[in-house]
Design a protein around this ligand. Structure first.
Ligand SMILES: Nc1ncnc2c1ncn2[C@@H]1O[C@H](COP(=O)(O)OP(=O)(O)OP(=O)(O)O)[C@@H](O)[C@H]1O
Ligand SMILES: [Mg+2]
Length: 370
């Protein structure tokens, strides 16, 4: 699967754009603030139906314009597939696959797998827990539609419960309905998270060994906010009881204080000398390398789960890595199609990808170099 063409209208700093891509490697060169990340964003939106850097769709409409239109044509085994996304100022978004309007953006997930890697991803170990939860959620949503539904419902019920907690009078029977539902969706999420984190731990351990010449053993561990049990029925009753026990506190705080919306992931590195929690005791280099291993593991897992390597978007990450890690990344990258942005053309990239298509971006205009 690869992207053949991209047409956009009034998206970010692009007025109009009509590009044809190479089926393997596309290198996008431009100085700061010219539109490199915007271009990747317009591609990314075709996989999850939304951006990786804003939750407000209307942010993507070009200033002063009424709507954004993005049209991508994919080449798939069974022929071409057209994805058309229109974002309107009045917050209405329509997504069409081959001209047919889809009801839920989750329907996009079955069609396209895209992984974006940006400098921020290298901070994931050190960042706040929310960033790590988002990472896990995004991955699981891509590969498990049931997770997408569980998470969607969990968030909906959580919001309702939190709104209700702000009311003057609380009816225990009403509350119980939300507690039941929250415990149900929440326990499913927890079990899926645990198993996925174990899987990604195994995969990233091997990659991490490769990057560190076997000097470090990386492992990831689910750090749930409440007691964990592998059996969903038991997990559900644990969570249900926690909700009851923490009700007084929830009332005081006027929000749901316990549950998987507070989960985290721990990273550990074992060397010949010791085993450390990377967030608290790892060096900056160890934290970044662990993040790199995690990101590369994500690619392998998508391949394992879907049978295909993803389309990979590398947004300026090379400049963030030391030479050794740059080499490793370029040499070991697996992808179906690659889009890579960079401020300046790098010799290493040319050597590794001599047949790449090269694009130059200047102020929202893109020129293909022949
Ligand atoms: N909705 C919008 N309408 C018009 N312009 C926008 C909109 N959103 C962002 N921009 C502009 O797009 C420009 C390019 O942004 P982009 O993030 O793509 O730059 P970049 O080439 O990736 O730069 P860098 O190398 O610094 O990451 C920015 O200057 C920003 O002000
Ligand atoms: Mg950028």
């Amino acid at each position: 699967m690869y992207i053949k063409t991209l047409k956009i209208k009034d998206f970010r700093n692009y007025e109009v754009l009509d590009l044809e891509f190479d089926k393997k490697v596309n290198i996008i060169i431009g100085s700061n603030a010219q539109g490199k990340t915007n271009l990747l964003e317009s591609i990314y939106i075709s996989s999850l139906g939304r951006s990786f850097r804003t939750s407000k769709d209307t942010d993507m409409i070009r200033f002063g314009a009424e709507r954004s239109i993005i049209d991508l044509v994919y080449n798939k085994d069974l022929g071409d597939m057209d994805i058309n996304i229109i974002i309107n100022k009045d917050h209405k978004k329509t997504v069409k696959i081959d001209g047919v309007k889809i009801k839920k953006t989750s329907q996009l997930l079955d069609n396209v797998y895209i992984v974006i890697f940006s400098p921020d991803d290298l901070k994931i170990v050190k960042d706040e827990p929310e960033k790590r939860r988002k990472f896990i959620d995004k991955e699981l949503c891509q590969i498990r539609p049931s997770y997408y539904n569980n998470l969607y419902n969990y968030k909906k019920v959580l919001l309702e419960r939190n709104t209700y907690l702000k009311e003057m009078y609380i009816d225990p029977d009403m509350m119980d309905i939300w507690d039941q539902q929250l415990a149900d969706y929440g326990s499913k999420i927890m079990i899926q998270r645990n198993s996925f984190i174990n899987e990604i731990s195994d995969t990233s351990r091997e990659i991490h060994k490769g990057i560190t010449n076997n000097k470090e053993i990386l492992s990831l561990k689910y750090d749930p906010n409440i007691e964990y049990n592998d059996n969903q029925t038991i997990q559900k009753s644990i969570f249900y009881k926690v909700l009851k026990d923490s009700f007084d506190n929830d009332m005081r705080m006027r929000t749901t204080t316990k549950g998987p919306h507070k989960d985290d992931i721990d990273f550990f590195i074992k060397t010949d000398d010791n085993k450390i929690n990377v967030r608290n005791f790892g060096s900056q280099g160890q934290q970044r390398t662990a993040a790199l291993s995690l990101k590369l593991a994500e690619i392998d897992i998508i391949k394992k789960e879907t049978g295909e390597y993803p389309i990979l978007l590398l947004d300026d990450v090379l400049s963030e890595l030391d030479l050794e890690r740059q080499e490793y990344l370029i040499k070991t990258l697996s992808f179906n199609q690659l889009f890579i942005t960079t401020a300046e053309m790098q010799e290493k990239l040319m050597e590794e990808f001599p047949d790449a298509s090269i694009f130059r971006v200047v102020k929202g205009k893109v020129e293909k170099k022949l």
